[in-house]
Ligand binder design. Structure first.
Ligand code: NAD
Length: 382
C-alpha cells in the first residue's frame, strides 16, 4: 500500500491547502494510505477531526509525517532540509518554479527524488482537470477585479438614480489568457465597460464573446507556441504596443495587467510616464508583480500609491479565495494521481512513456526528465 502525504503550507501569506476531506475519501476508497499534517485545513476552517473522520491519519510532527511518504503533495515545494527526512524514492508534487529554483531542482535530481512540477502539466484537453495554473489563474482574475473594486472610489455599474446618473467604470485588461478572461467576465458582471488587449489575435473573439471590446493594435507577426503561450515580442513591437495602448490606459479607471511569458520575465507594459497621466484615484492591478511585473513601480506584496494612482501588487491572488482555490488545486492533484493509477498495484505508477510525465516530471531516479530542464542543466554543466 502506498502512502500519500499532504503537508501544511508554511509560507507567509498563504491560506490555501492542497487537500480537502472529500479528496481523502477518494484516495482511501482506492486503497491508499493518506496522512495529513495537523492544522492543514485551519486557514479554510476545516478541522483535523474532519480529515480524520474520512480516513486520514493526522500527524503533528513533520519528520514523522514525511518518513514513510511515497507521494508528498503541497502547493509550495518543501525545502531540502525537510525532504531529507523522506525516502529517496519519494515523489514530490507541487508548484516548483522550475526555471528559477535551480539549486533546489539540482538537489532533487542528486538525491534521487522524483519531482513533478504543476507548472509543467501540458495545456491539452486531456490535462484540463489537472491544470492547476489555469484553476488558480482563473480565480486570480476574479480576485484582481474584487481588489480593484475595493480600492477604486467609484462604483462599477451605470446607475440612473434621482440623485444623478453615474457612468460605468472603464476597465482595461491587458493580457486575455485564463486570468484576463476571468477578469473581463467578472468586471462585465459588475457592470463595468471593459476593453482588452492581447498579442495573440485568436483571443479577440473570446474577448468579444464576453461582451467586451478588443483593442486592435497592429504589431505585425506575434503568434503563440503549440501550448498556447504567447511568443515574446521584439523591443520594437513592445514600443509600438506601449504607444498604441497609452490613450486607453489614460482613459481607464482600472487597468488590470496579466501579461506573462511562460518561463521568462514578463514584459513591462505600463511605464511611469503613462501612470502620471492617469486620473488621480485610478487603480492598476499588476498580476505579474511576483515574477518581475508588468507595471513600473508596482511592488510585490504591497499596494503603493504613485501620483494618485493605486498600484496593487499583492500577488498570490487565489489565496484570497482560499477555500475554492484549495478545492480546485486539490482536485487537480487528485486527477493527476488517478490518471496514473494502476489497479493491480493499487497505487499510481509513473509511466515515463506518458506524454504528461515526459513534460511535467522534472527529476526521476537521478535523471532530468523534462527536455527544457534537461537542456538547461546540461548547459550549466558544459
Ligand atoms: P499566460 O499566463 O502565459 O499569459 C497571459 C496572457 O498574456 C496570454 O494570453 C498572453 O498571450 C498575454 N500576453 C503576453 N504578452 C503580452 C503583451 N505584450 N501584451 C498583451 N498580452 C500579452 O497564459 P495563460 O493564461 O496561462 O494561457 C495562455 C493560453 O494557453 C490560453 O489562452 C490558451 O490558449 C492556452 N491554454 C490552453 C489550455 C488547455 O488547452 N487545456 C489550458 C490553459 C491555457
Amino acid at each position: 500500500m502506498s502512502t500519500v502525504v499532504f503537508v501544511k503550507e508554511q509560507k507567509n501569506n498563504e491560506s490555501r491547502c492542497s487537500c480537502l476531506p472529500q479528496n481523502i475519501s477518494s484516495f482511501v476508497k482506492r486503497g491508499m494510505k493518506v496522512c495529513v499534517e495537523s492544522g492543514i485545513g485551519e486557514t479554510i476552517h476545516i478541522s483535523d477531526a474532519e480529515y480524520a473522520a474520512v480516513g486520514a491519519r493526522v500527524v503533528i510532527d513533520r519528520r514523522e509525517l514525511l518518513k514513510d511518504a511515497d507521494f508528498i503533495l503541497s502547493i509550495h515545494p518543501l525545502s531540502k532540509d525537510e525532504l531529507e527526512f523522506s525516502k529517496p524514492s519519494a515523489c514530490c508534487i507541487s508548484f516548483l518554479d522550475p526555471f528559477n529554483a535551480r539549486e533546489h531542482i539540482s538537489w532533487l535530481q542528486n538525491s534521487g527524488r522524483s519531482a513533478l512540477s504543476m507548472e509543467l502539466i501540458p495545456r491539452s484537453s486531456r490535462c484540463q482537470k489537472m491544470d492547476a495554473l489555469s484553476s488558480q489563474a482563473s480565480l486570480a482574475g476574479y480576485v484582481m477585479v474584487a481588489q480593484a473594486m475595493l480600492a477604486l472610489p467609484k462604483v462599477f455599474p451605470m446607475m440612473m438614480t434621482p440623485s444623478g446618473t453615474i457612468k460605468p467604470t472603464k476597465v482595461f485588461v491587458i493580457g486575455a489568457g485564463v486570468a484576463g478572461l476571468q477578469a473581463i467576465a467578472t468586471a462585465k458582471r459588475l457592470g463595468a465597460s471593459v476593453i482588452a488587449y492581447d498579442t495573440r489575435e485568436t483571443v479577440a473573439e473570446q474577448v468579444r464573446s464576453l461582451g467586451a471590446k478588443f483593442l486592435d493594435i497592429d504589431l505585425g507577426e506575434t503568434g503563440q507556441n503549440e501550448q498556447g503561450y504567447a511568443n515574446a515580442l521584439s523591443q520594437e513591437q513592445i514600443e509600438l504596443q506601449l504607444q498604441a495602448q497609452a490613450d486607453c490606459i489614460k482613459d481607464a479607471d482600472v487597468v488590470i495587467t496579466t501579461a506573462q511569458l511562460f518561463g521568462r520575465k514578463p514584459p513591462v507594459l505600463i511605464k511611469k510616464d503613462v501612470i502620471r497621466e492617469m486620473k488621480a484615484g485610478s487603480v492598476i492591478v499588476d498580476m505579474a508583480v511576483e515574477s518581475g511585473g508588468n507595471v513600473e513601480g508596482s511592488i510585490s506584496g504591497e499596494n503603493v500609491v504613485y501620483e494618485g494612482v493605486t498600484l496593487i501588487g499583492k500577488g498570490n491572488w487565489s489565496s484570497d479565495v482560499a477555500y475554492h482555490a484549495s478545492q480546485m488545486y486539490a482536485n487537480n492533484l487528485q486527477a493527476l494521481l488517478f490518471e496514473f493509477w494502476n489497479d493491480e498495484e493499487k497505487r499510481p505508477v509513473l509511466d515515463l512513456n506518458d506524454e504528461i510525465l515526459q513534460t511535467a516530471l522534472i527529476t526521476h531516479q537521478n535523471q532530468f526528465i523534462n527536455p527544457s530542464i534537461k537542456a538547461l542543466f546540461s548547459q550549466e554543466i558544459n
